[in-house]
Design a protein. Structure first.
Length: 250
């Protein structure tokens, strides 16, 4: 199996997914906006004994995404799996209530959470079909796609759209053996999230802790692998129990 991991493949959740795919024996193409990050990630994977290539470009560009796909195929002979990672709102635009959000900020939240995934899915599907069918698309989503997103309306709406996109791709391309699924993440221990919880305890989360990038990565490998060959159009929630917590203390 080989995988193309785009949109921050060299850092955070993307880096963890790259490592997890490599540990599962996959050849990995790591794409990141920062060529230094993708280069360091690919070098690390190569040292572990797997084939790895570093790619750099902006996921807001269709030509860059098309290049990621073609370079992966040139390196590995085919494309089996596409993983899209980058997302978020507060990393790109201010966290504000809906009436304070500008059209430009809404558009950027949409661009960085859904539109580039559509571009990438189109490119991957074309490659899958040219190979005779078969392939898996895995996108990192969010629990805000299934619950409210106060102060992040653009982000939540885009992540809900991502879940819908996965269902549509699943329905349209099941006969071509092409699957698409989503890992819907809760709070994952990024640098910003960890700094907000210095003691490591998070009472709002039933499990009492932030998720680790490896938690998201394990779900990604499962959804992209033959172990989930009968699973498509689904959102696997990885949130420590946040979305199933009721209003009463346990």
């Amino acid at each position: 199996m080989n995988a193309l991991i785009i949109g921050g493949g060299g850092d955070g959740i993307g880096r963890a997914i790259s490592r997890a795919f490599a540990a599962a024996g996959a050849a990995v193409a790591v794409a990141d906006l920062d060529p230094k990050r993708s280069g360091e990630a690919a070098d690390e994977l190569a040292r572990s004994g797997v084939r790895a290539v570093a790619l750099a470009g902006d996921v807001r560009s269709q030509s860059a995404i098309d290049g990621f796909v073609s370079e992966t195929i040139a390196a590995f002979g085919r494309l089996d799996t596409l993983v899209t990672v980058v997302g978020g709102q507060v990393a790109f635009v201010p966290a504000v209530r809906l009436h304070e959000m500008s059209d430009d900020d809404w558009d950027l939240a949409y661009e960085m959470n859904l539109r580039y995934v559509v571009r990438a899915a189109r490119a991957a599907i074309r490659a899958f079909l040219a190979q005779g069918g078969g392939g898996s698309i895995l996108s990192v989503g969010s629990v805000t796609g299934v619950m409210a997103a106060p102060m992040q309306a653009g982000y939540g709406a885009a992540k809900a759209g991502l879940a819908s996109l996965a269902k549509t791709v699943a329905a349209e391309y099941a006969a071509d053996a092409i699957r698409m699924n989503v890992v819907a993440c809760g709070a994952i221990a990024t640098a910003a999230a960890k700094s907000a919880h210095v003691d490591g305890k998070v009472p709002e989360i039933p499990m009492g802790r932030l998720g680790a990038p490896r938690d998201a990565a394990a779900a990604a490998v499962y959804l992209a692998s033959p172990l989930s060959s009968y699973v498509t159009g689904q959102s696997l929630v990885v949130d420590g129990g946040v979305t199933v917590r009721g209003p009463f203390a346990v």
